[in-house]
Design a protein around this ligand. Structure first.
Ligand code: GLA
Length: 395
């Protein structure tokens, strides 16, 4: 008697699943209802495997996302790290364009933030302190006297909960993490959700959101080191960069912004026209000297928090192009100045000085202490959101 019911139930479920596939407008439903979020389409395009365990024994999984054009991203639950990103060159040959390691234990030891999700506060906070609602908060001083990338563990050394979802235009991996009140010195229980989608239009799309139960500060970003000629293939000096910004935030010798928003005109910071990273990086410019190269925040030309064009990178040998769009007001362009040949990455390849670059969409560094910078305060009942898209093509 139970068997026909079971069969009918199963058929109903299959029909339901068929009708709920399709437009991205179903996305909300897909995320909230576990029965629907593993669409057969998403299941086919995302594969899960066990990757290892952290030192305290927490299991870490690795997910492989692929799209219809064969692009492939591997993301793990530890640090929400993108381990590899395979995209074609102009002849159709695929290469992995992000720096990283083959094994989990190498990630556990390394401090370079390769491919990681960064929070609660990406970039630096001067002297590791800030005030909010009349109270002073103290954070880890893990970069000289300053606080960097959320602290010692931040979000890059924690294990996220993963769920396969139907993201915007493709199969997505949703990662969530509850950062407890007081963790790394920050106030409020912060619930963070990040979805990586490898879209049908060859984008790695990252949608972030966060809510809190006490006023706090939030500034999330993604920290892939790109090399569009292939990870470990050489330095990034020939890559041509365009940044949609007329101003940048100059820094002091500890890389904390002075508060000024300076025009890029007639400085080596002018990337308003496509310019090779190496064209001016060796100039005796005061800002390049303190940064040991590019390690600065650009003030993107935009008004409001719309998703808009931030940067383009073109690698002449492979013909690969990467476009960055973001809802964020700033973009940290870091030219891999701390890479020094001491790291042996994937397939044993050594990462020397400037073998990778980062484009970290974010709020400006040290915003909690700079009243003239856009606010990074998140209040209760409000939702932090940010979207950044890295889109790949060739020419
Ligand atoms: C960011 C910082 C750099 C450096 C890297 C990681 O880009 O701005 O100074 O800390 O992260 O090494």
């Amino acid at each position: 008697m139970g068997t026909p019911r079971l069969v009918i139930g199963f058929l109903l479920l299959v029909v339901c699943c068929l009708f709920t596939r399709g437009p991205a407008t179903n996305n909300k439903k897909a995320i909230t209802n576990p029965r629907f979020n593993m669409s057969t389409e998403a299941e086919r395009k995302i594969q899960k495997q066990v990757f290892g365990r952290t030192t305290d024994g927490t299991p870490v999984d690795l997910y492989t996302l692929t799209n219809a054009h064969g692009l492939e991203a591997k993301v793990m639950t530890y640090g929400g790290i993108v381990l590899s990103l395979n995209v074609p060159d102009r002849t159709g040959k695929f290469d992995d364009v992000v720096l990283g390691f083959d094994r989990l234990d190498e990630y556990l030891k390394n401090a370079s933030y390769f491919g990681a999700l960064i929070g609660r506060y990406a970039n630096r906070i001067a002297k590791g302190k800030f005030a909010l609602d009349g109270r002073e908060y103290r954070l880890a001083q893990n970069d000289g006297e300053n606080h960097l990338h959320g602290g010692v563990k931040g979000f890059h050394r924690v294990v996220w909960r993963a769920q396969i979802v139907r993201g915007k235009n493709g199969a997505g991996l949703n990662l969530t993490y509850l950062s407890k009140d007081g963790e790394e010195g920050y106030p409020g229980n912060l619930f963070v959700s990040v979805t990586y989608t490898l879209t049908t239009t060859d984008e790695l799309r990252i949608d972030y959101s966060a809510t809190t139960d006490k006023a706090t500060i939030v500034n999330l970003t993604h920290h892939s080191y790109f090399n569009l000629a292939g990870a470990g293939a050489g330095d990034i000096l020939a890559h041509e960069v365009t940044i949609n910004a007329d101003r940048f935030t100059p820094v002091d010798k500890t890389l904390i912004p002075t508060g000024e928003q300076r025009n890029v005109k007639r400085t080596p910071m002018d990337f308003t026209q496509p310019t090779a990273i190496g064209a001016r990086i060796g100039e005796q410019d005061e800002q390049l000297l303190v940064g040991k190269g590019y390690d600065h925040n650009w003030v993107l030309n935009k008004s409001g928090a719309s998703l808009s064009f931030a940067a383009r990178v073109y690698e002449p040998r492979s013909g690969r192009v990467m476009d960055v769009h973001t809802t964020e007001p700033g973009l940290q362009f870091y030219s891999g100045n701390f890479l020094d040949g001491s790291i042996r990455g994937k397939q044993g390849k050594v990462y020397y000085l400037r073998y990778g670059f980062c484009l970290e969409a974010q709020h400006f560094p040290d915003s909690p202490n700079k009243m003239n910078f856009p606010s990074v305060v998140l209040h209760t009942g409000r939702k932090y959101t940010q979207t950044t898209i890295y889109k790949f093509s060739t020419r």
